[in-house]
Design a protein around this ligand. Structure first.
Ligand code: NAP
Length: 442
């Protein structure tokens, strides 16, 4: 499956197609005409293409579609088309394994830079497809931007012979399998590093600041001596519990502003930041805004998927732009373990979180501060974590992090300290790869 190859002088998708054909693979190329192509249109194109000969496998290059969905600009076209393809394969009754190509979702060594965030979103969606449709899932294969013939030979070998790996990075030097590794636990944190040392002594902006986890972070920052907290959410001061939270934070010694602001709206965000008093400049951002729109892949629509991406990725872009020129000590985003491992029924959310992590990787590659924390289950009963999700996570050996109310005993203990012995998983765990014993290139 290829995106429409118009307007792109050097179309990477067609390079892969040409390269694989030159290696002797018997290919049927099906093109998705534009980023808004529907599942029905893709199913019809696939049915017409199969003819009497069933496919042995399906290779999707749709992540290379560079344009957004025509009706939902927050939704990268590659994500929209990959969703439509997974649905269309089911509709067309094709159960040949689907492999999705991404670029730059694996960063192997100092010589590589993170690829487009839209490709990371495709990978996040793919990890959920693997769980919802294991019978017709091949895997994710990450390629360099311009794969040479050696890399294409290795890709060919992966597609035809690898059966025990479903997330690989193919380079001309080898094939690497994705692995989660335990993060080293720091048992002796350096003394005196409180919130102020990490987040600066001015204003910390928290998106989703009136939500379950945002409020927890605000409490922790207030205890750690942050001077001014700017809590934003679409409801702002109308959010349930906002008045009590403001009072609580003031009692802890912080000045508090609660503003109604859609974090994905760059103009509104600029206004809110621009209104900060000169003596309390913005010194850090915590992006904890997020929405869920759960449903199996078969039931998702572009609009539902776009909603998840908007709250996480569009908002991160807006924060990035609105804070350009500010001397930030930290830019922390809350992603989710689900973006790392996938979760049945949460494809939009897993795509959004994987994209958010890639966005932060891009900031870091530019030399800007950026930390993505792929939390496990946190704040059950208070935040977005529903009981049915908690039950499913327990089944996957990922119990929720116990709800922690402010109390004299927990005062001053940081989420990071607690995280080291509990479920939250640092995003760095997603990157390490292990060389895979691949069959000889075809
Ligand atoms: N709870 C967990 O177990 C858990 C686990 C892993 C990761 N996380 C992540 O942690 C973050 C917070 O989760 P939570 O459990 O605290 O959820 P929550 O209670 O539902 O809070 C989400 C907050 O985001 C705000 N929000 C949504 N869209 C927004 C937008 N466009 N602009 C500004 N604010 C927006 C919501 O307020 P409005 O609706 O008023 O805008 C709400 O305050 C999320 O990013 C989530 O993915 C949570």
């Amino acid at each position: 499956m290829c995106p429409e190859d118009i307007r792109f002088a050097a179309d990477p998708a067609s390079d892969v197609v040409r390269g694989l054909a030159a290696l002797g693979l018997d290919l049927t190329v099906v093109t998705a005409a534009g980023p808004g192509r529907s599942r029905a249109a893709l199913a019809a194109a696939l049915t017409a293409a199969t003819g009497a000969r069933p496919f042995a496998g399906v290779l999707s290059l749709l992540a290379d579609e560079p344009r957004p969905h025509p009706e939902h600009p927050e939704l990268p076209g590659g994500v929209a088309l990959t969703l439509a393809l997974v649905q269309a394969l089911g509709d067309a009754g094709i159960d040949a394994p689907l492999w999705c190509v991404t670029r730059g979702t694996a960063v192997l060594g100092a010589g590589e830079r993170p690829g487009p965030v839209s490709h990371a979103a495709v990978a996040g969606l793919g990890r959920t497809a693997a769980l919802e449709h294991p019978g017709r899932w091949g895997g994710l294969v990450d390629l360099p931007p311009d794969p040479d013939e050696r890399a294409l030979r290795r890709l060919c070998a992966v597609l035809t012979s690898v059966t025990d790996e479903d997330q690989v990075a193919v380079r001309s030097t080898g094939v690497h399998g994705r692995r989660l590794l335990p993060a080293p636990v720091r048992r002796d944190p350096p003394p005196g590093r409180g919130a102020g040392d990490t987040f600066g002594h001015g204003t910390v902006l928290i998106t989703g600041g009136t939500g379950g986890v945002g409020a927890q972070v605000a409490r922790w920052l207030a205890k750690g001596g942050t001077g001014h907290l700017l809590l934003v959410s679409r409801s702002g001061a109308r959010a349930a519990g906002a008045d009590e939270l403001r009072t609580e934070l003031r009692e802890l010694g912080a000045a508090v502003t609660i503003a109604a602001c859609d974090a994905a709206d760059p103009d509104r965000l600029r206004d809110v930041i621009g209104a900060l008093p000169g003596e309390q400049p913005l010194t850090a951002v915590v992006h904890a805004a997020g929405v869920l729109d759960d449903g199996t892949l078969d039931s998702l629509t572009p609009a539902r998927t776009a909603a998840c991406l908007r709250a996480k990725l569009t908002a991160a872009h807006a924060l990035h732009e609105a804070t350009a020129g500010h001397d930030l000590a930290a830019f922390v985003v809350f992603s989710s373990l689900m973006g790392v491992v996938g979760n049945a029924g949460q494809a939009g959310y897993t795509a959004a979180n994987a994209a958010l992590e890639a966005f932060v990787a891009g900031r870091r590659a530019e030399g800007l501060p950026g930390t993505a924390i792929a939390w496990g289950a946190w704040a059950a009963g208070e935040g977005m974590l529903r009981e049915d999700v908690v039950r499913r996570l327990r089944d996957r050996a990922c119990p929720p992090w116990p709800r922690r109310r402010p109390s004299p005993r927990s005062a001053g203990r940081s989420p990071r300290t607690t995280a080291s012995s509990s479920s939250p998983t640092p995003t760095g765990g997603a990157s390490p790869t292990r060389r895979v014993r691949a069959p000889p290139p075809c």
